[in-house]
Each structure stands twice: as C-alpha cells, then as structure tokens.
Design a protein. Structure first.
Ligand SMILES: C[S@@+](CC[C@H](N)C(=O)[O-])C[C@H]1O[C@@H](n2cnc3c(N)ncnc32)[C@H](O)[C@@H]1O
Length: 177
C-alpha cells in the first residue's frame, strides 16, 4: 500500500499512524510513485487537486491493465459547505467574492495564499458537471457513479438539484477499451 499526498506534514502523520498500527513495513507514504497498483483509491481529495485532469492521467498510468480506480470525494463546490473553510455558513463561499474570503482568511492564516487554489492542500472549485467533463476527456471511463445525497435534503435530490444536494460523489473508473 502506497499512500500519496503532496503535504509532508500529512505524510509524516500517516507514517506515525502506520507505526502505531504495526503496518509500517507494508504501508509506505510518499509525494509521488511510479509503482503500478491493482487498485488506485482516492478519498476526499478530488476537489483539492490543482490539475485534476493530470491526476486522472496519472491514475490511469498507475493502474495495472485489469485494475480499477475508486474515487470518493466531496463536498463539491455547490454543496452548502463546498467552500470548506470558506463556508462559514451554508453557501457563504458563493455569496462573497474570492478576494473578500481570502482577505478574511489572511486575518488568521499567514501562508500568503491569494486564491482558493493556493490554500494548503488546494481547493479547485470542483462541481459534479466539471468532474463528469474531466472523466469524458480522460483515458478512464465511468463504470459506476453514485451521488450520495445530503441526508436532510434526500427528498429534494434529483438530476436538477444534484449540485446543491449531493454530499459525496463515489465512482469506479476503468480504462477505456
Ligand atoms: C481533505 S484531505 C484528505 C486526505 C486523505 N485522503 C483522507 O481521506 O484523510 C485532501 C488531501 O489532498 C491532498 N492533495 C492535494 N493535491 C494533491 C495532489 N496533487 N496529489 C496528492 N495529494 C494532494 C492535500 O494535501 C490533502 O491532504
């Protein structure tokens, strides 16, 4: 098992957890890999990638010929809390400008980020439609897609409202044949 993240502090934490669980010899953590995998799993990260199309290409390259890619992520951009830290109340990230929210963030964070995309770990404003578009232009195809509704909004969840009422996007991707 190889765990990938671009943040060294997160990798270090994962290494410590692997030691505590006694799996440090089988679980490695790195910022990149060239090792092909039976299964590529991406959890809660797709709305953070600076280059999501490039990540789909990497995932395709990294999986074995009969492998698969499992992706689960959210909240997406139009979810009430899709702005992550910037959603100080539901949909606050859509009401205020990026400039205003970044200025507010700079009152307690000193990393110098000037865009959503520059906050630690990244935030790419991913929507469900954008994700589908990226898949359509990638070497992978959707073998299955599940849009898990926000529990309280389950009754209103449909094709038209999905961007605002989906909690988690889950899918299985396979190589195009
Ligand atoms: C919300 S966290 C989820 C972390 C972990 N997958 C989990 O489920 O606990 C999103 C992570 O994506 C990482 N990330 C952002 N861009 C990345 C990239 N290009 N490659 C690898 N990791 C990335 C961030 O550093 C951040 O730790």
């Amino acid at each position: 098992m190889i765990g990938i993240d671009i943040r060294e502090d997160i990798l270090q934490l994962a290494r410590q957890k692997a030691v505590s669980a006694g799996v440090q010899n089988t679980c490695l953590f790195a910022s990149s890999t060239k090792e092909a995998a039976d299964v590529v799993v991406s959890v809660d990260a797709f709305e953070h990638f600076a280059d999501p199309a490039g990540i789909l290409h990497s995932m395709n390259t990294l999986q074995q010929p009969a492998g698969e890619v499992l992706v689960s992520f959210g909240p997406t951009w139009y979810h009430p809390l899709g702005g992550h830290l910037f959603s100080v109340f539901p949909w606050a990230h859509l009401l205020f400008s990026e400039k205003a929210l970044i200025r507010w963030r700079s009152t307690f964070k000193t990393d110098g980020a000037t865009r959503f995309s520059e906050v630690a770990g990244g935030l790419n404003q991913m929507t469900i439609a954008k994700f589908e578009e990226l898949i359509a232009g990638s070497p992978l195809r959707l073998a299955s897609l599940e849009l898990v509704p926000i529990k309280k909004l389950r009754r209103f969840h449909n094709r038209l409202t999905r961007e605002f009422t989906t909690a988690v996007v889950r899918c299985r991707l396979v190589k195009r044949t």
